[in-house]
Design a protein around this ligand. Structure first.
Ligand SMILES: Nc1ncnc2c1ncn2[C@@H]1O[C@H](COP(=O)(O)OP(=O)(O)OP(=O)(O)O)[C@@H](O)[C@H]1O
Length: 229
């Protein structure tokens, strides 16, 4: 089967320097890949480049293909972001209820009766390990959740889309041990079903979950490097 994502010689630049790359790798269907490297090496920037959502002032070059389609810079769209879903390190919850947040995104990509959407959102809350904590207050404002719960809500929102690839930026960094284990189980259960690109500072976690590791070295002005093992 074709790769979900193929990246060749991807580089990200600010106005005056190259911040990341060149990076080349591919994500096969169902694979779990770790993206590692020191702080500032460009892990979050790579994830944002993959969904064509770089911050203002940053540009990319190189080749990005998603599900066989070349994504030119600035040409990423809602369709791409439903197939390749980024869960950022800092959880973003919207105004509205916990359920509204789990449905956000799904409502835009799936035309189905509300009952069907709700079932899928509830299933995603189960998968993200949040269901027990929120099942009796789905209509409560999402901002009443703790940071760790918000992180799992964002994961649920992404899972509800049933994406081909999930890009997870340090998904357990704000979690206690128990919640971390729950999220790790969720990620492990995705193996073989969805491509996952996992940014993690925890070598043991990468070892537990990933079958391939991409290491970004600290970029230097002359020779940023990447290794794939
Ligand atoms: N909008 C921006 N403008 C200029 N430079 C930026 C911008 N965003 C990120 N950078 C720079 O790009 C580099 C990579 O940042 P990035 O956040 O991707 O690193 P990271 O590996 O994810 O770090 P961490 O592990 O600390 O989260 C850093 O040097 C950072 O300062």
């Amino acid at each position: 089967m074709d790769n979900i994502i193929t990246v060749r010689h991807l580089r990200v630049h600010s106005r005056d320097k190259t911040l990341v790359g060149p990076v080349s790798f591919s994500l096969e269907p169902g694979s779990t890949t770790g993206l590692c490297g020191p702080s500032g090496a460009g892990k979050s920037t790579v994830l944002r480049a993959l969904v064509d959502l770089l911050p203002n002032g940053l540009t990319r070059d190189g080749d990005l293909q998603v599900l066989g389609r070349t994504i030119a810079p600035g040409k990423g769209d809602a369709n791409l972001r439903a197939k390749v879903v980024l869960v950022p390190q800092t959880p973003v919850v919207f105004g509205g209820s916990i359920l509204d947040n789990a449905l956000f995104g799904l409502r835009h990509v799936l035309r189905a009766p509300r009952k069907v959407l709700r079932e899928r959102a509830e299933q995603a809350l189960h998968e993200a390990g949040l269901w027990k904590e929120v099942s009796d207050r789905l209509d409560a404002p999402a901002h009443t959740l703790s940071v760790g719960q918000r992180q799992r809500l964002c994961l649920a929102r992404a899972l509800a889309l049933e994406p081909a690839a999930l890009l997870l930026d340090e998904p357990t960094s704000a979690l206690d041990e128990q919640s971390r284990d729950t999220v790790e189980k969720t990620i492990a259960a995705l193996h073989g079903r969805r491509a996952v690109l996992l940014v993690s500072h925890d070598p043991a976690q990468v070892e537990r979950l990933c079958d391939t590791i991409i290491r970004l070295d600290q970029p230097t002005a002359t020779s940023p490097t990447v290794t794939v093992s």
